[in-house]
Write a protein that binds this ligand. Structure first.
Ligand code: FAD
Length: 552
């Protein structure tokens, strides 16, 4: 059963807003962005005693950080680009997460099949995986193993046998990216940080105020509470942009930086999309690594409970990151790979339960590098006195990135007159567990479960608990990031609305018109992210009579 820990919900939000508006409050740092990067920095800084505010314009993790491939990995494929330092750092952080927070990151065994036509021969792959095990200092649950053609077929009988030469198995990790981010937010919050979703950074100005007897330059930062459509202003000594693929847009909204009119873009984001299909249509024992049959790019089939994930694509995308979703062409590309290697699956778009797409916040390429070759390394830099940018990187290395950013924060403030409110203390997160969600739930009897899929084995009391302790503010928050209902329930949560209406309206203080607004917003989300018509058995209200428009 879901266990309530400290309240962190809609009902507490107003008091959090009141606290941050207090005119005498000056934060040490205001972090913009509630993805994994911002959340991890808030956690590290708050645990060191700093006065932290984090604002996220949408939901925590709603940007890239709930749209990854969900792997806690060293990055086997980065070996091809000779990124040994990145692989070594990532495998170290992978081992830390397995040890400190096994509830949020579990080992998963991969199988890398090699075919006659594969662009990497078996011997070379085997050599690469020796290096992978070495760089990980053997901290995985087991070493890589070479399998013959017949051993491979025995363990993965549905994998194409034609041209198959053999395979290699090795270990990496899997997580729930949205909850990993939320766990960082909750730890930060419990350590005293103010962490607010649906509060948007608008702009900032520099002001001189008296802090003690000394005149100090600080930021006066304008924010918008988008839930209640109210503007507010707060004060902070430093500003950290952890805005992932939004970073270039944000640079125009920061004093001093905007006036310099940067000619070049810092990032060149690429879009990666995934599809989810029932596991009984694409059954694998391992996570499978594949070279796409047309362009040779690496992609994965990842077992995910009763489902399989196929992903990902990798396309330059200069569109507004607010509107990222899968395209028809990407659906075809992913189906082509799955059907090419699992011919009996015969998947088509009607088999797809759900999809997601995210933008990798990759640093702009050096000349002559293709999308897949751009470095996944992170970028941490003071852009101007008091304005730090932290971006790039990976979910896997979030803790280390945050440590580096907070170290730089303490280090650099000795060089100018911005004393932080506490002296330096060492990084507190290296051996610290992230909070537990007691999730997924166990023991809900079938008659109490709100839905049929594994993701909906929750009682209404569980839903109340999630709302009260995990800052659920919309239907999308609940279905997409607090639970996996959108991805795994056949009706993507649309079918559960009659069951949930009373509980959600009570918990989130929604009126009838708020409920209708939520339905419309969630319907819009579904239209972008599912490839089949909505379930017909629920017609929630006359306002939703209009034709369901699919992108496909
Ligand atoms: P984001 O999560 O994008 O967070 C930035 C936040 O800033 C957003 O939530 C946004 O709403 C907010 N924001 C923007 N403007 C404002 C504003 N004005 N005011 C307030 N808030 C604002 N990494 C791995 O380790 N393993 C993987 O398997 C993996 N797979 C991936 C697959 C794909 C397809 C993608 C796209 C990435 C993958 N990654 C993976 C990389 C990883 O997901 C990202 O590096 C990471 O999530 C980036 O987090 P972030 O916090 O920097 O950015």
């Amino acid at each position: 059963m879901f266990s309530l820990s400290s309240p962190f919900g809609r009902k507490e939000r107003d008091s959090y807003l009141k606290n941050i508006k207090e005119p005498s409050t000056v934060f040490d740092l205001c972090i913009v962005g509630g993805g994994i990067t911002g959340a991890a920095i808030a956690r590290d800084a708050a645990l060191r005693g700093l006065k932290v505010l984090l604002v996220e314009k949408d939901d925590f993790a709603s940007g890239t950080s709930s749209r990854s491939s969900k792997l806690i990995h060293g990055g086997v494929r980065y070996l091809e680009q000779l990124e040994f330092k990145l692989v070594s750092e990532s495998t170290r952080e992978r081992a830390r997460l397995w040890k400190n927070s096994p509830h949020l990151a579990q080992p998963i065994q991969f199988l890398f099949p090699v075919f006659e036509s594969s662009r990497v021969p078996l011997w070379k792959l085997s050599l690469g995986l020796w290096l992978y095990d070495l760089l990980a200092v053997f901290r995985a649950p087991g070493l890589h193993k070479r399998l013959s053609q017949s051993e491979t077929k025995k363990t993965e009988p549905l994998l194409r046998g034609e041209d198959l030469k053999g395979s290699i198995t090795y270990w990496d990790g899997i997580t729930n990216d949205g909850l990993l981010t939320l766990a960082n937010i909750l730890d930060a919050h419990q350590a005293g940080a103010q962490t607010l979703s649906r509060v948007k950074y608008l702009n900032a100005t520099k002001e001189t105020i008296l802090l003690g007897a000394l005149p100090q330059e600080i930021f006066s930062i304008n924010l918008q509470d988008t839930l209640q459509n109210e503007n507010l202003s707060i004060k902070a000594r430093t500003l950290i942009l952890a805005t992932g693929p939004w970073t270039d847009a944000l640079l125009n909204l920061v004093p001093e930086i905007s006036s310099k009119n940067f000619p070049e873009r810092l990032l060149a984001p690429t879009r990666g999309s995934h599809i989810v299909v029932p596991r009984d249509r694409l059954t694998t024992e391992h996570a499978i690594v594949l070279f796409h049959p047309t362009d040779g790019r690496v992609l994965f089939v990842i077992p995910w409970g009763d489902f399989s994930i196929v992903g990902t694509t990798d396309l330059f995308d200069a569109e507004n990151p607010d509107h990222t979703h899968i395209s028809k062409e990407e659906v075809q590309y992913l189906l082509e790979a799955a059907n090419g290697y699992f011919p009996e699956a015969k998947l088509n778009k009607e088999d797809i339960i759900s999809t997601w797409s995210g933008l990798r916040p990759l640093l702009a390429p050096n000349k002559d590098k293709s999308e897949s070759q751009i470095s996944r390394d992170h970028y941490i830099r003071w852009f101007e006195p008091g304005v730090m940018i932290v971006t790039g990187g990976k979910l896997t290395t979030h803790r280390e990135m945050a440590e580096e950013a907070v170290e730089l924060l303490f280090d650099s403030t000795t060089h100018w007159t911005l004393p932080l409110s506490v002296p330096y203390s060492p990084c507190p997160t290296r051996a610290r567990a992230l909070p537990q969600f007691r999730y997924p739930q166990i023991g809900v009897s079938p008659q109490d479960a709100i839905g049929k899929s594994e993701a909906a084995q929750l009682s209404l009391d569980d839903v109340r608990g999630i709302c009260r302790t995990q800052m659920v503010l919309t239907l999308e928050d609940l279905f997409v990031r607090r639970t996996e209902i959108f991805f795994k329930e056949k009706g993507n949560g649309w079918n559960l609305l009659p069951t949930l209406k009373k509980t959600l309206c009570e918990e989130l203080s929604w009126t009838e018109s708020d409920w209708t607004r939520e339905l419309l917003a969630y319907k819009k989300y579904l239209e972008k992210n599912i490839t089949k018509p909505l379930e017909k058995d629920f017609d929630p209200s006359s306002v939703l009579q209009e034709e369901h428009k699919l992108n496909f």
